[in-house]
Ligand binder design. Structure first.
Ligand code: SF4
Length: 363
């Protein structure tokens, strides 16, 4: 590997082409940490509005540590993977308690925090503190796979080991901040996954895949897995001008988020019958479905969901829901739905029926 020219080429390119990102102004450890956690499953352009909103409300570790979990989740809503937000708050509380609110400049300590793995710890150490730690994210992995012309999928253990070793060897002493970000930016702007712009690449002379004409075959794709599909029915349960919502229990899927009641269809079951059965089982109430409002389809990373949404009311009226799996519940006005964090598919439904909700509760 032509280490010296890769370093020079990348650092020179970065000095002119670095992306302007808000956490790159002060390189404050708190801002680097938050940006890295947000970027774990979310593209830069998507996360930027969330980042600005978050930093405005939670400008430092103390404000996150002292906020309610509900508020933290609300500020995260729309990005998914809510465990990330919960882990930020748990870490903020640890940093406040054990380090007086100063993010520690110590790799092993950072690695011990909830939700922080090898990549994020390396990114914080190098970008926030300019310490010589590699950080191999998806972009960097792709660039290195091509640079080294690796012929197995990125997830392969031997390839992972090689990528981290190579990323460490390439790091120029004292320039980890710029070098890691240069690799990230090259992956985001030049060494793109579908259309790499090799003609504009500052390290093309050192790139083995480019020299071998194999750029489009690298990285080697992993065998694809079919996402599971879940079909469920949910109810917009109206009573005395308000809508019923409930809070999901801890430990399962999307813990502590609010949702409309309902559940999965059993084999061959009609959606409206599934909803009646679920509300009887989960809340101990009998309902009547007034009309089908929408069918929502939403893809999460590991599964897809199809939701059949019904407008419904208690039949007979006046029954009191008894929570059998949810941990909290409320009757809220349509406007109040905006104050609770919901899973993305529920939020999609709220947006879809928002204009009609006020009519329903007045009927
Ligand atoms: Fe990526 Fe092409 Fe540069 Fe190689 S030459 S690192 S494939 S952009």
């Amino acid at each position: 590997m032509d280490t010296a020219s890769i370093r020079t080429g990348l650092l020179n390119w970065f000095s002119i082409n670095a992306r302007r990102l808000p956490w790159r102004v002060r390189y404050a450890p708190y801002e680097i940490w938050i940006s890295e956690i947000m970027l774990q499953q979310t593209q830069v352009q998507t996360m930027l509005p969330y980042y600005h909103r978050w930093i405005k409300r939670f400008p430092d570790i103390q404000t996150v540590a002292e906020a309610s979990e509900e508020e933290v989740l609300w500020y995260w809503e729309g990005m998914g993977y809510y465990g990330r937000a919960r882990n930020i708050q748990r870490t903020a509380r640890i940093v406040l308690e054990r380090f007086g609110g100063d993010f520690p400049r110590h790799h092993e300590t950072i690695l011990s925090f909830p939700g922080i793995g090898r990549y994020t710890a390396g990114a914080i150490m190098s970008i926030a503190f300019n310490e010589n730690y590699p950080a191999v994210d998806g972009n960097i992995a792709r660039v290195l796979c091509r640079l080294l012309n690796l012929d197995k999928p990125i997830r392969d253990r031997s390839i992972q080991k090689l990528l981290w070793q190579s990323a460490g060897r390439l790091l120029p002493e004292g320039r980890a901040r710029d070098f890691n970000q240069a690799l990230m930016d090259l992956g985001a702007a030049v060494c793109l996954s579908k259309a790499p712009a090799c003609a504009n690449c500052p390290i093309s002379a050192s790139c083995k895949a480019f020299a071998s004409g194999l750029v489009h075959s690298r990285p080697v794709p992993a065998a694809s897995r079919r996402a599971m599909t879940i079909e469920a029915a949910l109810g917009i349960l109206i009573d005395e001008g308000k809508v019923f919502i409930q809070k999901r229990p801890p430990g399962g899927l999307m813990p502590h988020l609010w949702e409309f009641p309902g559940g999965k269809l059993e084999k061959g079951e009609e959606p409206h019958r599934a909803l009646k059965r679920e509300l009887r089982e989960e809340l101990g109430v009998d309902i009547r479905c007034r009309e089908k409002l929408a069918v929502i389809r939403h893809s999460y990373t590991s599964f897809r969901v199809t939701l059949h949404a019904f407008l419904c009311h208690m039949d007979p009226p006046g029954q009191l829901p008894v929570l059998r799996s949810a941990i909290d519940s409320r009757w809220v006005t349509p406007a109040e739905l905006d104050h609770f964090p919901f899973p993305a598919a529920n939020r999609k439904l709220i947006r879809m029926i928002r204009s009609r909700l006020s009519d329903f509760v007045q009927d």
